[in-house]
Design a protein around this ligand. Structure first.
Ligand SMILES: NC(=O)N[C@@H](CC(=O)O)C(=O)O
Ligand SMILES: [Zn+2]
Ligand SMILES: [Zn+2]
Length: 347
């Protein structure tokens, strides 16, 4: 099979940043995806419906300025803080633009300082979300600094997440960017109102990439890449046809100068080749026929949105990824920069 036509996919976890940086990256996602769930971890974070509407307007203006494919819809999210109220959930449910609320444990990842330290005080917010069918998107890592970095997802899932799920069985939950066999098993044990996104880089790479011939900050993201047996479990979940697992790139651009540093930022940029990289992972697993469900069907079904009706076509053809791409005033280093990708989007 040398060409592959899919219903147009969506990206259910994306970082677009703001300002000139937003202008540099948005066309990459719009070229491939019909919609993307845009993360709210700006500085300061997007915490109200009004702020999310303003951010969406800036994204649409940036699409125009960068001549992005116009038929792309950003799906906005709010950043959960200890100040989030049930009234804001109601306002979200009444809005056209905002689709979910994102939970960052304080200190877990990039721009998570405004996140939450304990979940129990937010019970009224979670109840309002369940009532209005608003999904809670979760960066699922323990922030206990005694917990080994490679165990932070598993500890969060078996502890705080499992307790949250038990207290709020009707809440829609998406465990974002899962990286472990533990998370896969936990999601499989839940009812259908629990889903999980999986990135292309966690399907293609294990933690050896971070140390290949020296320290490689371009492969540092959170949750950090795990050992091979976890990668295999993720591939198995993504290609299984289980509708609880769907596509979310977590494309997270940072300037190359901030990545190649004594204290480098977490995040990998994949938007320039997102669906192509997933095609590689699915092809390696002998499961290209399962890509459309994962990339184009299970996400909208979970969110209660219609599937896209147009299509994209992928062609098996090597193309060279530039070593760097423009990123506002500076540059970023994309995944596979200076190397090739095996699938190309036609047209
Ligand atoms: N994934 C990352 O490593 N970084 C993300 C934040 C996140 O998704 O946790 C970012 O905003 O840079
Ligand atoms: Zn995250
Ligand atoms: Zn993310």
């Amino acid at each position: 099979m040398d060409t592959l036509t899919l219903l147009r996919p969506d990206d259910w976890h994306l970082h677009l940043r703001d300002g000139d940086r937003l202008c540099s990256v948005v066309a990459d996602t719009a070229a491939r995806f019909g919609r993307a769930v845009v993360m709210p971890n700006l500085k300061p974070p997007v915490t109200t419906v009004a702020q999310a509407q303003d951010y969406k307007a800036r994204i649409v203006a940036a699409m125009d300025r960068s001549k992005a494919r116009a038929d792309f819809t950003p799906l906005m999210t709010l950043y959960l803080t200890e100040g989030t109220t049930p009234a804001e959930v109601k306002a979200l449910a009444a809005s056209e633009e905002v689709h979910a609320i994102k939970l960052y444990p304080a200190g877990a990842t990039t721009n998570s300082e405004a996140g939450v330290t304990g979940l129990d005080p937010l019970d009224p917010v979670f109840e309002a979300m369940a009532e209005h069918g608003v999904p809670l998107l979760i960066h699922g890592e323990s922030t206990d600094h005694h917990v080994d970095v490679f165990d932070r997802e598993a500890r969060f899932v078996e502890g705080p997440l499992d307790r949250l799920r038990a207290r709020h069985p009707a809440l829609k939950i998406v465990l974002e960017h899962i990286t472990t066999a533990d998370a896969v098993a936990w999601v499989r044990a839940q009812a259908r109102n629990t889903g999980a996104t999986i990135t292309a880089h966690h399907l293609l790479l294990n933690r050896n990439a971070i140390f290949q011939g020296g320290l490689r900050p371009d492969f540092y993201c959170l949750p950090v890449l795990k050992r091979e047996r976890h990668r295999v479990a993720l591939v198995e979940a993504a290609t299984s046809g289980d509708a609880r697992f769907f596509l979310g790139t977590d494309s997270a651009p940072h300037p190359t100068t901030a990545k190649h540093s004594a204290c480098g930022c977490a995040g990998i940029y994949t938007a320039h080749a997102a669906i192509e990289l997933y095609a590689e992972a699915f092809e390696d697993a002998g499961a290209l026929d399962r890509l459309e469900g994962f990339a184009s069907c299970f996400g909208p079904d979970f969110y209660g949105l219609p599937r896209n009706t147009d299509t994209i076509t992928l062609v098996r053809e090597d193309w060279a990824v530039p070593e760097t791409l423009d990123f506002g005033e500076g540059a970023l280093t994309p995944l596979r920069g200076g190397e090739t990708v095996r699938w190309r989007v036609q047209g």
